[in-house]
Unconditional design. Structure first.
Length: 122
């Protein structure tokens, strides 16, 4: 009975580690603090788009949301795991829809997340 419980716990742990991909710095890689530019309210745009490839709300959606929020020129970013949708407010003189797409698709291993149906408006 103990072996069965141990096997069950190991299986659940393996599934959790595999399904929620996190980005991590390579050993010896230094993290540089990002300084954000001042957002120009006259250049503020909003982009809404779908993200395919997310498997969990905490590891996937929150990781993408954090990456976008910390990006220079981004005022606000939200990712809704249930709807598979993201909304980003950004300064169009610093960022553009193509660069936001690249940021999302580069998160994790660079092949997990795909952006579609990008709509940007003022």
């Amino acid at each position: 009975m103990t072996f069965t419980k141990l096997l069950f716990v190991a299986s659940i742990s393996a599934v959790l580690f595999i399904s929620c991909k996190q980005t991590a710095s390579a050993p010896g890689e230094k993290t540089v603090a990002k300084s954000k530019s001042t957002i120009n309210p006259e250049k503020l745009e909003k982009a809404t788009f779908n993200i395919e490839g997310m498997t969990c709300a905490i590891g996937c959606a929150k990781t993408i949301e954090k990456e976008l929020s910390e990006t220079d020129g981004v005022q606000n970013a939200t990712v809704d795991f249930d709807k598979k949708e993201a909304t980003v407010s950004f300064d169009s003189s610093i960022q553009n829809p193509e660069s936001i797409t690249k940021i999302v698709e580069a998160t994790a291993d660079g092949e997990t997340y795909k952006v579609s149906n990008m709509v940007a408006s003022k």
